[in-house]
Each structure stands twice: as structure tokens, then as C-alpha cells.
Design a binder for this molecule. Structure first.
Ligand code: BTN
Length: 256
């Protein structure tokens, strides 16, 4: 059970998270967010959240595992028109907001491009941003966040046991998921405002949380598996990766 009033009490936002759609059980919060948008039932800054996500979607067509009543699965709905160059920074905004949230809760997270959140090299969270564009701007976006919060090792399926970690394994105690959701939403709104005025702060904050500057990375891009040395994030939020001696740029999100 998620108590939405507990999220609201802990929010320090003007708009984000004031409307919350809670479902005890749901296929995917991202899919439900799009459904609400399509039906005209969504508002800018609305949160869609569930206690048990059964068909969570990950990046690149992967699935996202959530342990019922222990993990956090939420989607934030953005309905203000965003120029494409700013929209490309939103996955980084979500990553920084989440890393700051986990720090606030006693963890020491690092970010892995494009948007994994790690403790000691193991994955604790991921971000799936989906968008609808028209002309040169994004008209609507759904920012999906999945975090392992209160799982113990035995809660993860065998195939994830080696690579997954939760906030409670990191900190040594359990956490109130409502508080984690509220802190994330508060940080997200602060960075959303910075996106308008000082986007360079987002790049700087992301860079200082990145765990692999100058190190070798491998990632999937447009169905291809690539490896190289991660050099930096440029002012557009593109990763600069040196592959076979040549610097190449990769966006954190393919907008469509
Ligand atoms: C990844 O690392 O591959 C991204 C995982 C994103 C998972 C979240 S959970 C809430 C939202 N709803 C979904 O179906 N997916 C995202």
C-alpha cells in the first residue's frame, strides 16, 4: 500500500505531485500515464504510482522487475511544451534528482550514462522517458522511475541477484517509499525550473555524480552494442565516447 497523503505531506513543490493517481496493482505506470494523457485526464506534474507493477518497461525493450510493496515505480507527467534541446536533458534531470534523493536517504549513488543509478556498481534504479513531439518541441513526456527501495537479496530473481541492489541494502535500514517519492519529486521540480534558466547546472551536477568519467563503458544504442572510453557530457546532454580512437556523440534519449 502506498499512502498518497504521505507523499503530499512531504512534498516541497509548487505544482509537481499535487495530483496523484494511485493504483494498488498496474501493468506499467508509464503506459497508464499515456492512457490518462490520451483521455484528457492528466495534468502537468501529475504522478502515477503503484504498489505493484507487473509489466514494468525498461529501456531498449527490456522489462523492469519490481518487488511488490518494496520497490518504487512512478511516472511523472509533463504537459508543458519543451524545446527539443531542453527535452534532451530531462533524462539527466531525472537521474540527478534521483541520485540526490538517494543521498538524502543515506546512500552514496553514482550515475551511469544514460540513466542508471548505481550503488557500488550495482543497479538500484533506472529511468525510462517517453515523449511525443510535434515540430521542434516535445508536447508531452512521461518520466518513468523505478527504484529498488526495501528489497533484500532474496527478493531479487536469480538473474538479477548479482547485478541489483536496493537502497535498504545500501543503508542498512528500511525506507518509507512515500518519502522517497516526495523527495524525488521535489528535486525534480527544482531541476525542471533550472532547465529553463541555467541548464549548465544540470550538466555540472550530472558530471559530478557520474561514476565512469575517463573509464571504459559499454551500452546499447539503436540496437547496437558499443564500447569505448566515456569522456564527458556536452552542453546538449550528449555523451562523448571515444570508440576506436574517435570521439562520437550519443543523445541520452531519442525523441519521437
Ligand atoms: C531501465 O533502467 O531500463 C529503465 C527502467 C524504468 C522502470 C520504470 S518503473 C516506472 C516506470 N514504468 C515503467 O513501465 N517503467 C518505468
Amino acid at each position: 500500500m502506498i499512502f498518497t497523503n504521505l507523499i503530499k505531506t512531504n512534498l516541497r513543490t509548487k505544482q509537481f505531485g499535487r495530483d496523484i493517481e494511485y493504483y494498488q496493482r498496474l501493468g506499467s505506470t508509464n503506459d497508464e500515464a499515456w492512457e490518462l494523457i490520451q483521455n484528457g485526464e492528466a495534468s502537468h506534474g501529475m504522478i502515477v504510482i503503484t504498489d505493484y507493477q507487473t509489466q514494468g518497461k525498461g529501456r531498449g525493450g527490456n522489462s523492469w522487475f519490481m518487488s511488490p510493496s518494496k520497490g518504487l515505480a512512478l511516472s511523472l507527467i509533463l504537459l508543458e511544451s519543451i524545446p527539443l534541446e531542453k527535452a534532451r536533458l530531462i533524462p539527466l534531470v531525472a537521474g540527478v534528482a534521483m541520485a540526490k534523493t538517494l543521498k538524502n536517504q543515506g546512500g552514496s549513488p553514482t550515475l551511469k550514462w544514460p540513466n542508471d543509478i548505481l550503488f557500488h556498481g550495482k543497479k538500484t534504479g533506472g529511468i525510462l522517458c517517453e515523449s511525443k513531439i510535434s515540430g521542434q518541441s516535445v508536447k508531452s513526456m512521461v518520466v518513468g522511475i523505478g527504484i529498488n527501495v526495501n528489497e533484500t537479496e532474496i527478493d531479487f530473481p536469480d538473474e538479477l541477484k548479482e547485478t541489483a541492489i536496493s537502497l535498504s541494502i545500501e543503508s542498512g535500514h528500511t525506507h518509507q517509499r512515500e518519502l522517497v517519492a516526495a523527495i524525488f519529486t521535489t528535486f525534480f521540480e527544482q531541476y525542471w525550473e533550472r532547465l529553463q534558466e541555467s541548464p549548465e547546472e544540470i550538466i555540472n551536477d550530472w558530471t559530478s555524480l557520474c561514476g565512469h568519467l575517463g573509464k571504459s563503458v559499454s551500452f546499447n544504442f539503436k540496437g547496437e552494442h558499443l564500447s569505448g572510453i566515456f569522456k564527458k557530457i556536452d552542453q546538449n546532454g550528449h555523451a562523448c565516447v571515444n570508440i576506436d580512437g574517435r570521439d562520437q556523440m550519443f543523445p541520452a534519449i531519442i525523441l519521437n
